[in-house]
Design a protein around this ligand. Structure first.
Ligand SMILES: CCCCCCCC/C=C\CCCCCCCC(=O)SCCNC(=O)CCNC(=O)[C@H](O)C(C)(C)COP(=O)(O)OP(=O)(O)OC[C@H]1O[C@@H](n2cnc3c(N)ncnc32)[C@H](O)[C@@H]1OP(=O)(O)O
Ligand SMILES: CCCCCCCCCCCCCC(=O)OC[C@@H](O)COP(=O)(O)O
Length: 272
């Protein structure tokens, strides 16, 4: 009986392996599907651990989440080359901003996530089953992207509490995933929080995934991701009038770094 099951299992695995070799879209679907299932199952287990160890919603749960998600890279042959971790060692709270390419970013996020750091995420995340539960338990700040006024209210609250609670806040200023190898224009909310709280902005850049991951062409193989944490940008003395300039400065520095890390020639300086 057992031998029968073993033979069947081996035959199915062999068939899947052949299919993945033959068809990129089967390979893509299976690997992304496996990633989602891994997130869902791991979230359920991690949620139980968080409740047992810390009893409820607290940034301390991020340590458990970080430890679990850091193992994911081994399942997908993803390697990280990190530079600039020392730039996270700022006294007190800070706003961290990074580019956002895919749901795979969670591996890159957890690879470098400093202690006492929560993220700003779209409120729809709460409804993704166990992943929603674990993001809630980890202290993720949920915003309604479709309502600027309510998002601004939530974020101005964050500017107050982050200093009192000494937490760092990680924001994806592009506001959505973007796997084009370039940056979308930045939303300004993260920079308003930084100025309101008078805390530094720490830019983090991940090299483009396009060499090994592209949903459009159904590419999903293994690959190396370069990560660079840039020096903090001070906001002491800045006011809301300086937010646009601060946003632009950060955008330009991160875009330049993204092109450098991804081996893409930066835009030729306009001749004018
Ligand atoms: C154990 C296994 C686990 C496995 C699973 C893994 C789990 C891992 C666990 C845990 C990690 C979870 C990680 C979650 C990650 C999720 C990522 C996402 O969901 S990305 C989408 C959400 N993020 C954003 O949208 C960016 C933040 N958005 C903003 O900051 C925007 O600015 C926002 C929403 C506040 C407003 O967006 P607007 O579309 O209206 O555009 P604008 O240009 O930024 O603002 C419009 C006007 O409002 C002003 N404004 C914006 N924010 C303001 C503020 N706070 N105060 C005052 N004025 C503000 C601006 O200055 C602008 O005005 P003027 O153009 O300057 O005149
Ligand atoms: C019950 C259905 C569960 C669906 C499978 C859940 C697997 C989720 C894997 C972890 C996702 C982590 C957060 C993330 O990266 O979400 C995407 C958002 O940043 C941006 O969303 P969008 O680009 O604006 O659509």
């Amino acid at each position: 009986m057992e031998l029968g099951w073993l033979l069947w299992g081996t035959a199915v695995l062999l068939l899947l392996h052949v299919l993945m070799e033959l068809s990129p879209s089967v390979n893509f679907a299976l690997r992304i599907g496996f990633y989602c299932v891994l997130c869902l199952v791991a979230s359920g287990l991690a949620a139980a651990a968080c409740l047992l160890v810390n009893g409820g919603r607290t940034v301390k749960n991020m340590r458990i989440i970080r430890a679990v998600v850091r193992t994911f890279k081994y399942f997908f042959g993803v390697r990280f080359e990190v530079k600039g971790l020392e730039n996270f060692k700022v006294e007190g709270p800070a706003i961290i901003v990074s580019n956002h390419q895919s749901i795979l970013d969670m591996m890159g996020l957890m690879e470098v996530l400093p202690d006492n750091c929560v993220q700003v995420g779209k409120k729809e995340l709460m409804y993704t089953g166990t992943v929603g539960l674990i993001t809630y338990l980890g202290g993720v700040i949920f915003i309604n992207r479709k309502s600027t006024s309510s998002a601004k209210m939530v974020m101005s609250e964050v500017a107050k509490t982050m200093v009192a609670e000494n937490v760092k806040v990680w924001v994806y200023p592009e506001g959505t995933r973007n796997c084009t190898g370039d940056l979308l224009p930045f939303k300004k909310g993260a920079f308003h929080i930084a100025v309101q709280a008078q805390v530094p902005v720490i830019p983090v850049v991940y090299s483009s995934f396009t060499t090994f991951y592209n949903p459009k062409t159904k590419l999903f193989t293994s690959g190396k991701i370069k990560v660079e944490i840039l020096p903090p940008i001070e906001t002491k003395g800045l006011t809301s009038d300086d937010v646009t300039d601060l946003t632009d400065r950060c955008f330009n520095t991160m875009r330049e770094t993204l092109f450098r890390l991804s081996g893409r020639p930066s835009e030729a300086k306009d001749s004018s």
